[in-house]
Ligand binder design. Sequence first.
Ligand code: SF4
Length: 336
Amino acid sequence: MTKKHKNIPIFIPHEGCPNCCVFCSQRKITGVKDTELSLLTELGRCRALIEESLKTIDGTSETEIAFFGGSFTAIDEDRMIALLELGYEYVKNGRVSGIRLSTRPDFIDEHKLNILKQYGVKAVELGVQSMSDEVLMACKRGHKADDSRRSGRMIAEYGFEYVGQMMIGLPESTLETELMTAREIIESGAKCSRIYPTITIEGTELYQMYLDGRYRPLELDEAVERSSRVLELFLENGVKVLRIGLQSSEEMEKNPFYHSAFGELTWNALYYRKMKELLKGIEEKSVVFTVEKTHVSKAVGQKRSNVVRLAQESGKNIKIKGSPFHAAGEVTAEII
Ligand code: SF4
């Protein structure tokens, strides 16, 4: 039986990041306010957080310490090593199985990867966001697509689990650039990915661009559709999608552009499209679709929206059932 995966997220907000991407408001995204902690205070805070989290995690889960939120490999090296040492203490005593972290593509090199190897880091998550230089420029990312290409490959070649994070609906981004981004992440050797919609957050440059009419946030339907196309491409290529949509926080819940069910809606859209496609070749009146056993509600849709819509459009009786033998995103049709 595969073990459940749990992360103990430790947010290192904006720390180490030399940049200010137009969409970035790390404090608001992570909900962490204090970025000016001394190293000792920070280590104490991290230890307390790890201990507290371990109390709530049952022993059957595979648990990792996750340094998320900022650009971990861009922070001061002594600080980075001190945090890694703390994490590694838990790896060595077997209380966690590894460490994962997120960072920027231009802060990966052999020296940094060698350090990460020494301290039990298993996965490196790269904020690729887009593989279009035009999009990266419009977002003031401060690096080029080539940096992501190079660092993604290096992460995979070093034997880390490479996780490519990308965004939907960035300035100058289109469905085509998003699919191209996903394709490049796959080709660089990613095992997993995360898909984030762009959220316009007050106080960011993107918010000003929106007020000035220089940026149009995607409508929810459009963002969901584009996200579902990217999801489909990842699944077809064996890349596991760890998350779709930003984590909820007090700040996010207040944001009118944030939708807490974005991930669910993306799965709904993927299954709707697949079932609609299968229906094209079916004459009979009743159809049973089979999907992965934990994905039945994703295929049925919120308030049964997919079943209702497909039944109305096709005039057929639609049923959906689960199977342990289907993969996530796989759908087959049976006629009854
Ligand atoms: S690289 Fe990440 S942390 Fe740095 S400004 Fe951009 S989004 Fe924020």
